[in-house]
Design a binder for this molecule. Structure first.
Ligand SMILES: Cc1cc2nc3c(=O)[nH]c(=O)nc-3n(C[C@H](O)[C@H](O)[C@H](O)COP(=O)(O)OP(=O)(O)OC[C@H]3O[C@@H](n4cnc5c(N)ncnc54)[C@H](O)[C@@H]3O)c2cc1C
Length: 328
């Protein structure tokens, strides 16, 4: 049986430095937030950590608070806390709705914001031990295989889809990702945090070795901001999005002054649909406009052999999300 060391740390800085020390000794390392994903990966052998750095002993990163720059959300805030927070519900409902849509109450009670955003892909090849790009190999088995749940945007050379419900909502709100590592702190824009497989086929984000996500900041919002997260699943509960749509609109009366539309479950990263955003800007939100937004949203899609069903689903999800933000 493999042995595993659990390290309870008292701060993010200690976590980063413990990770660095362990790697210098040739050990593989994983950070654990709630452990809802990681511990199963270790049991299944898809994560081969020798050392688990347990963040549940870290007292920081658990607050949701406003400051001059916006709303800061700690990386160790649980999804239940996020979904129930009055400030988040009042001004960023897409984030609250995304958080409450994750898995089950048990997962949300311990699963953290940071763990949700940095969870590894749930591609059945990767999770079942195939030596694919995500496992360090040089092949994506979905391309010629079972690709019904794989990417219709941004794929290649890996065609995984980003699994997080909360990440697209953060991107739609232009979140700034706060990162700590052995060389100190840095901030990364939402656009730069997630990376396509063409840039790095192994990883889904720009965290460097031994770095952790400590939280996000949502920049100040204008008072007329409205938002929603709409999720389509292949069953009614307990599962990731086939398609999720986070939509944020600055609304004047019923006119969308500007919009952000970000998808999950259809691309290797949270996928901004700029063409829809451009189309919506300045439009009265109506059933016809929402329908056209949905049609525009799939124009650049490149379905694989078995996932064309995602096109009408994505189109309808965008339409539903946009129309739900009509005034009144
Ligand atoms: C049955 C089931 C259903 C699920 N349904 C959904 C769903 O509907 N939607 C969804 O989005 N997710 C879902 N998940 C995935 C996952 O459990 C949740 O996303 C959860 O929020 C992960 O958070 P965690 O803190 O438990 O992460 P962990 O399991 O602790 O970690 C997940 C990954 O993130 C890394 N990590 C954790 N914290 C940090 C950090 N601070 N910095 C850097 N890396 C870090 C870990 O090393 C690991 O690779 C589901 C899981 C299960 C088992």
């Amino acid at each position: 049986m493999r042995s595993l060391t659990n390290l309870n740390v008292a701060s993010f800085e200690e976590a980063a430095s413990a990770a660095q020390q362990a790697r210098q000794l040739g050990q593989s390392v994983a950070f654990s937030g709630g452990g809802t994903d990681l511990l199963q990966q270790i049991k299944d052998g898809t994560d081969n950590a020798d050392v688990v750095i347990n963040l549940r002993s870290v007292p920081d990163g658990r607050a949701i608070e406003t400051n001059g720059n916006g709303v800061s959300i700690g990386g160790l805030v649980t999804l239940t806390e996020l979904s129930e927070d009055p400030l988040v519900n009042a001004s960023m409902s897409a984030i609250a709705q995304a958080a409450v849509s994750v898995g089950t109450p048990q997962i949300r009670n311990v699963g953290t914001l940071a763990g949700n955003v940095t969870q590894r892909p749930w591609c059945w090849y990767y999770r079942n031990g195939f030596n694919c790009f995500k496992a360090g190999g040089e092949e994506c088995f979905s391309l010629d295989g079972e690709n019904g749940q794989h990417a219709i945007f941004g794929g290649g050379p890996s065609f995984i889809v980003h699994p997080s419900d909360v990440a697209p909502a953060l991107v739609a709100f232009d979140a700034i990702f706060q990162v700590t590592g052995p060389n100190g702190d840095r901030e990364v824009s939402a656009e730069d945090f997630f990376v396509l497989p063409i840039t790095d086929p192994v990883r889904e984000n720009s965290l460097r070795e031994n770095e952790l996500l400590t939280g996000v900041v949502i920049p100040n919002l204008s008072a007329n901001t409205v938002s929603t997260y709409y999720k389509v699943m292949d069953r009614e509960a307990w599962t990731h999005a086939e398609i999720g749509v986070a939509t944020v609109i600055q609304r004047d009366g019923n006119v969308a002054q500007s919009a952000k539309v970000v998808l999950t479950g259809v691309a290797p990263i949270p996928w901004r649909v700029q063409a829809v955003e451009d189309f919506l800007a300045g439009k009265q939100i109506s059933a016809a406009v929402a329908r056209e937004a949905g049609e525009i949203g799939i124009r650049d899609a490149q379905p694989l052999t078995k996932n064309a069903h995602k096109l009408p689903m994505t189109s309808a999800a965008i339409e539903t999300a946009v129309l739900s933000l009509a005034a009144g």
